[in-house]
Write a protein that binds this ligand. Structure first.
Ligand code: PLP
Length: 431
């Protein structure tokens, strides 16, 4: 085989992170299968505390060696090394001639990727569109649905700002009514939340906009119960799953919603700038595309992927993130990350002057939790943690929520969390 044909054959194989030539296969498959063999008997809850196992996972991330302890994975998560290398490899390939290597070679990986994303989401690939982030996914639906002047949408003041702004724009421009609830989180009773949405419904209500995991304090919302209640009254539900896909163990259709958007660069650890939109099959035709499509009323989910020229290396890098994630398994990952959250939060809760603003009941939280120190604003606490202890967190002050958000990931070491707890002790004792 001449060099050029050999190269093209290799390039073809490389487009699929799901082939025998995937980088995951090259870098991790053998070690991880030995590891799997050793610990197969452990249930996810037991595995959550097996430091031998997680030490291997930590080595897969360059972020685990960062001199600054990164505890804002809820904002955006780093990719494992294998994903970074895949993106670099695809980028090198694309730059040998972007119009050929991106559009003819890398693009061949899109359908495999759609299938793999759907498999993780427990849904039909024909319901999955690949895009760049949750904002793009959710705003596609928010702007894409036909609503009339006076139609009502119910959301909350604790939804994500981009989505609230999109709804407010529709209210300003078209006269829809956007009602917002406010919750006093943490709440450990689903009925309180479901009842609040139920009470806000009127004969004009068409939609509920719901955040699966509230990004401000980590509250997991009773999505299924709200969807069932809404559907019983002919109301559709849009779910913001920015913090749930790739972390919590669920199937998207089982949430009971009609539309679901997520960022793959959060807990899935896919390349930064990758997202996904899911729409229940029979609803695809009625959602107008945000950008454009030959047939805007088409029932083909691919009409939402007409985004113009964008980074195919980033998109194809998602495949290696799925390989990495699937080799761990969602339930195991969920339990580990919840364990990490409990590990620091249960200790922090006992420190005089320190408050935790998140339920530590497994049903109501996973990765994210909020902490505050009496006498300090969230900004002051975040600054102390960063300047004195080199711990990066996220200060939050919205509505009735004032805290520093801490969000570990699978690469976070227990020693990092010990450093956080020690820092909180010192800070609280010096206020
Ligand atoms: C609940 C929620 N929804 C949506 C988003 C937006 O995500 P992205 O910036 O990836 O679009 C975020 C970002 O943190 C979020 O927390």
């Amino acid at each position: 085989m001449d060099n050029r044909r050999a190269f093209l054959k290799k390039a073809g194989a490389l487009v699929s992170a799901f082939s025998a030539h995937s980088l995951f296969q090259e870098l991790h498959a053998a070690t991880w299968s030995e590891l799997e063999e050793r610990y197969r008997h452990l249930e996810p809850l037991e595995m959550a505390q097996n430091e031998d196992y997680w030490a291997v996972i930590q080595q897969g991330y360059s972020a685990s060696a960062s001199p600054v302890i990164i505890l804002n994975n809820g904002g955006v998560s780093p990719s494992p090394i294998v994903v970074q290398q895949a993106v670099e490899r695809f980028n090198t390939m694309a730059n040998q001639g972007p119009s050929y290597y991106m559009w003819k070679i890398l693009d061949q990986g899109r359908e495999n990727l759609r299938a793999a994303l759907a498999q993780l989401g427990g849904c039909d690939p024909e319901e999955v569109a690949i895009n760049r982030n949750s904002t793009e996914a959710l705003v596609t639906v928010i702007y894409g649905l036909d609503l009339q002047n006076g139609d009502e949408v119910i959301g909350s003041t604790q939804d994500y700002p981009n989505m609230m702004q999109a709804w407010k724009q529709r209210a300003m421009r078209e006269g829809i009514v956007y009602k917002q609830l406010t919750f006093d989180f943490p709440i450990e009773n689903d009925d309180i939340i479901v009842e609040a949405y139920r009470k806000a419904i009127t004969s004009k209500t068409k939609l509920i906009h719901l955040t699966h995991v509230v990004n401000w304090n980590g509250q997991i919302m009773p999505v299924r119960k709200i969807c069932d209640m809404a559907h019983a009254q002919g109301i559709e539900v849009i779910i913001d799953g920015a913090h749930s896909y790739g972390l919590l163990d669920f199937k998207i259709p089982d949430l009971g919603g009609d539309y679901f958007g997520t960022s793959l660069h959060k807990y899935l650890s896919a390349p930064i700038g990758s997202g996904m939109l899911w729409i229940r099959k029979e609803k695809i035709g009625k959602v107008w595309p945000l950008v454009c499509a030959g047939d805007p009323k088409s029932g083909d989910i691919r009409k939402f992927e007409n985004l113009g020229t964008r980074s195919f290396p980033i998109e194809q890098g998602i495949g290696e993130a799925l390989n990495f994630h699937n080799a761990i398994g969602t339930k195991r990952k969920e339990e580990r990350v919840r364990y990490l959250k409990d590990y620091w939060a249960l200790k922090a809760k006992e420190i005089p002057g320190v408050h935790i603003h998140t339920s530590l009941n497994a049903e109501f939280s996973c990765a994210l939790a909020g902490v505050s120190v009496e006498g300090l604003t969230p900004w002051e606490l975040e600054r102390e943690l960063m300047l004195k202890y080199k711990i990066h967190t996220s200060p939050i002050s919205v509505e009735n929520i004032h805290l520093v958000r801490v969000s570990p990931h699978v690469y976070t070491k227990l020693s990092d969390l010990d450093r956080l707890v020690e820092a909180l002790k010192k800070i609280a004792s010096q206020v």
